[in-house]
Each structure stands twice: as structure tokens, then as C-alpha cells.
Design a protein around this ligand. Structure first.
Ligand code: GLN
Length: 449
């Protein structure tokens, strides 16, 4: 714990942590020490130092979703994932910076300033779980939790050169995770290697009486077969690999990677996926619709910030509190979501996007029936420069082209580091498997990493 506290203090300029639970983490470490001396049996994650994204509730601690609107709000209960970490004797060292309400791809939408990529401080770490990624990248903790609605774990993992897992929708309880788009959101895990990520998933996955969308399916042993070597049948999506938006050098990198897999005895075949250009529009219609509804609870009355202005009628009071509390991107999305759900446009946008979601899911599942996994880029480029995309939200959204697919379909996906670009930044490969096949996914990732 002292080692990580020192590093956090030394690397404060990265702005990864919003709060560090210094005393509490030291106390927990001392308590574990005493229990070891007494010969007690400790939990599966005993002494493992973990950070949590600031959209995950931890009883008695501030949670802000990196937004002014939740300023001063303290969690009244812990998320199930946090509860399970604590029961397994992990040490939670602090909460981590992110884009406001997990909306963004660079961490620049945080009300508390951007987090910097530790490899190159002029670049973003990715987002929205930027702080969680940098905390692991810069060795400020061993593992961290993030949330992934459209890539927010895999994309920053890719930009930071670490591992990021988004499990199947429903594999980890969302109880205590501040909702962005409820039918997409999933807690995810950052780590330096697959074994670490598997160990955390083992602890936090599984049914939960507080979340009816958490699956009742039994949690298999994710660690037992990690080391097994097998030959796999991989597919790549031609429409993804030959997409105009993909960086040319990375394009070649993936071809080399596929060839190296083949020389190891795996098969790699190209499949067409003609819906690829529709996934980003469908994702942004559906998630903003869900967000506009989820975020209506932040009204200035129930949580956090309320306007100081007096003598307002109720509507004016709501308006004022929300206008002051929410940042620009969150407002943009609430407006967009409200629009696509409005009476005259509902069928043209919302219903259409639901139809696209169904088509995309069916097509993806067909491919996953035939192959062990789909391989594709995680992001079309390496980490952006700070400020590079802030004036062009559409360009920012389009960079989510490879990650939103897994959330639309609810399937598990992982990003593992692959190569380094000539610009010095890392990039990874994304692996996607069938729903609830995390054991296979982790085994494949372990083998290709
Ligand atoms: N970049 C995507 C967005 O802005 C993903 C966010 C997320 O997964 N939370 O919506």
C-alpha cells in the first residue's frame, strides 16, 4: 500500500485519482497483516490493491461520476462488485477520474480535468475510464474497475497498453453502478495481464438479488484452463480490417498478427460484416435515449448540486440546477436522447436503431456460432493528442466504431496489447466471443498475448 501511495503522490500530475483513501488503505493492510499472523484464512484477493472508477458506489465515500451535479454526494451503499472485492480482502485505494457520467472517449469531459496518458503526457489515456486505465498503466494500483457502455474499458486499455475486459451483459451486477445506458452498461476490469483480470472476474461475477439483469448462470472457474494451449478458429471482419478509417500502419500490423497466428496452427478467415457503418449511429441513438431517461433523476433535489438562486418556480429550479451541474457533452446527449424519443421522431430514430441492434446482434452471433472468436482492432488509431478531437464530437463518436458492437450485442470482449506504433504508442487487438464464454475468451487472450 505504501508503495502505491508513494507512486500516486509522485505521479499526481497524471490526475488519475479523484480521491485517495490513504488512511483507510493502510488500516486495511494492517488488519490483514494481523489476520495473517493469527493464521486466519484470507480472501482470494487478499492484499490486492484496487482502484475504482468514480461511477461505482462505495458506501461512505464520495461518488461524483466526475460531474459537478453530484458534488458533495456520498454513497449510501456499496456496489455489489465493490462489496465482493471487499469480502475477498482486496484493498480499495481510491476512486478514479473519468468522463462525466462515462460519456466520452478521452477523459476530457471530466469536471475535474483530464487524466494524462502516462506514456506520453501530451496524449489522452482514452475514455471514459481514463483514470482506471492510467492507474494500472502507471502502476498506481494493481487492478482497477471501470465501466464499458460502448468501449470505455477496452479503448483506454488499448491507448495505455494494458488489458481491458468487458464481460457479457449481465455477468457482473450493475447494482451500485451509476447508470448511463442501462441496456449497454457493464462493469469491466483493467489489469496488466490476463491471470489478474481472471482472478477479479472470478470474485465479482455472478447472480445478484439486487440486479434482475444479472444472470443466474453459474460462474465457471476462469483460472483453471488459462494455460491450456489449443488451436483456435478465428474470424476477422473484412469490413473492419479494410475500413478507410483504420490507420495504415496498424492495418499492416494486424495482417502480420493474423499470419503469426496461422503459423502457430490457428486458422484465421475473413468474414463480411456489411452493417459496420451503422453501428455507431445506432449506438448513439439508443444510448442517448437511455441516458436522457436515466439522468432525469439528477434534478437538484435528490442528489448533490442545487442552484443557489432563490425564488424560482419548480421548473426554473430544475432547469437552473441542471444547467449549472451538467457539462457540455452530457447536455448534448440529454438533448439528443430527448429528441430521438420525442413523439414525431420516435419511429424514425429510436425504433430504427433498435432494428439495427437486432440485425447486428443476429449477424454477430451467427459468426460466433461458427468460430471460436472474432479478432479486430480495438480502436482505429493510437491515442489522440489532448484537445485533438474536442471540437468535433462526430469524429470522436466515429472512433468508437470497433468497440460499440460488443455492447450492442451484449457479448464479452477484451482488448490485449499487441504492438507499438512508430509514433511510440501502443495498440491492441480486440477479441470477441459468444455470450457467457469468458472462460474461452480469457484462455484465447492468454494464448495470443
Ligand atoms: N465513447 C463511448 C461514449 O462516449 C463509450 C463510453 C462508455 O463506454 N462509457 O459513449
Amino acid at each position: 500500500v505504501r508503495y502505491y501511495l508513494d507512486r500516486i503522490a509522485q505521479l499526481k500530475h497524471l490526475n488519475a485519482f479523484l480521491e485517495v483513501y490513504e488512511e483507510e488503505a493502510l488500516e486495511k493492510a494492517r488488519e490483514l497483516d494481523t489476520r495473517i499472523k493469527k493464521g486466519e484464512k484470507l480472501g482470494a484477493l487478499a492484499g490486492v490493491v484496487v482502484g475504482i472508477k468514480d461511477v461505482i458506489c462505495y458506501k461512505g465515500h464520495n461518488v461524483s461520476a466526475a460531474s459537478r451535479i453530484l458534488e458533495g454526494f456520498t454513497s449510501l451503499f456499496s456496489a455489489t462488485a465493490v462489496e465482493r472485492l471487499l469480502q475477498a480482502d482486496a484493498i480499495i485505494i481510491g476512486n478514479l477520474n473519468c468522463d462525466e457520467f462515462a460519456m466520452g472517449s478521452t477523459n476530457e469531459n471530466s469536471a475535474f480535468g483530464p487524466t494524462l496518458n502516462a506514456l506520453d503526457n501530451s496524449r489522452v489515456p482514452g475514455g471514459s475510464s481514463g483514470g482506471s486505465a492510467v492507474a494500472v498503466q502507471a502502476d498506481l494500483c494493481q487492478l482497477s474497475l471501470g465501466s464499458d457502455t460502448g468501449g470505455s474499458v477496452r479503448q483506454p486499455a488499448d491507448f495505455c497498453g494494458i488489458v481491458g475486459l468487458k464481460p457479457t451483459y449481465g455477468r457482473i451486477s450493475r447494482y451500485g453502478l451509476i447508470a448511463y445506458a442501462s441496456s449497454f452498461d457493464q462493469i469491466g476490469i483493467f489489469g496488466k495481464d490476463i491471470a489478474d483480470v481472471a482472478a477479479v472476474l472470478q470474485v465479482i461475477a455472478g447472480p445478484d438479488e439486487f440486479d434482475s439483469t444479472a444472470s443466474q448462470k453459474e460462474v465457471p472457474d476462469y483460472q483453471a484452463h488459462l494455460e491450456d494451449n489449443k488451436s483456435f478458429k478465428f474470424a476477422y471482419l473484412r469490413d473492419a480490417q479494410y475500413h478507410d478509417g483504420l490507420d495504415a500502419e496498424m492495418k499492416d500490423g494486424y495482417i502480420d498478427f493474423f499470419e503469426s497466428l496461422q503459423s502457430l496452427g490457428h486458422t484465421v478467415s475473413g468474414k463480411s460484416f456489411e452493417y459496420l457503418d451503422h453501428v455507431v449511429p445506432a449506438y448513439y441513438v439508443l444510448t442517448t435515449a437511455e441516458a436522457s431517461s436515466n439522468l432525469s433523476r439528477f434534478d437538484g433535489v435528490k442528489y448533490g448540486h442545487r442552484t443557489a438562486e432563490k425564488n424560482l418556480d419548480l421548473t426554473e429550479f430544475y432547469k437552473k440546477s441542471r444547467s449549472e451541474g451538467f457539462g457540455k457533452e452530457v447536455k448534448r446527449r440529454i438533448l439528443l436522447g430527448t429528441f430521438v424519443l420525442s413523439a414525431g421522431y420516435y419511429d424514425a430514430y429510436y425504433t430504427k436503431a433498435q432494428q439495427v441492434r437486432r440485425l447486428v446482434t443476429d449477424k454477430l452471433n451467427d459468426i460466433l456460432e461458427e468460430y471460436d472468436a472474432i479478432l479486430m482492432p480495438t480502436v482505429p488509431s493510437t491515442a489522440f493528442k489532448l484537445g485533438e478531437k474536442t471540437d468535433d464530437p462526430i469524429a470522436m463518436y466515429l472512433a468508437d466504431i470497433y468497440t460499440v458492437l460488443a455492447n450492442l450485442a451484449g457479448v464479452p470482449a477484451i482488448s490485449v496489447p499487441l504492438y507499438r506504433h512508430s509514433n511510440g504508442m501502443p495498440y491492441g487487438v480486440q477479441i470477441i466471443t459468444k455470450k457467457f464464454s469468458e472462460a474461452n475468451l480469457l484462455q484465447i487472450a492468454h494464448q495470443v498475448m
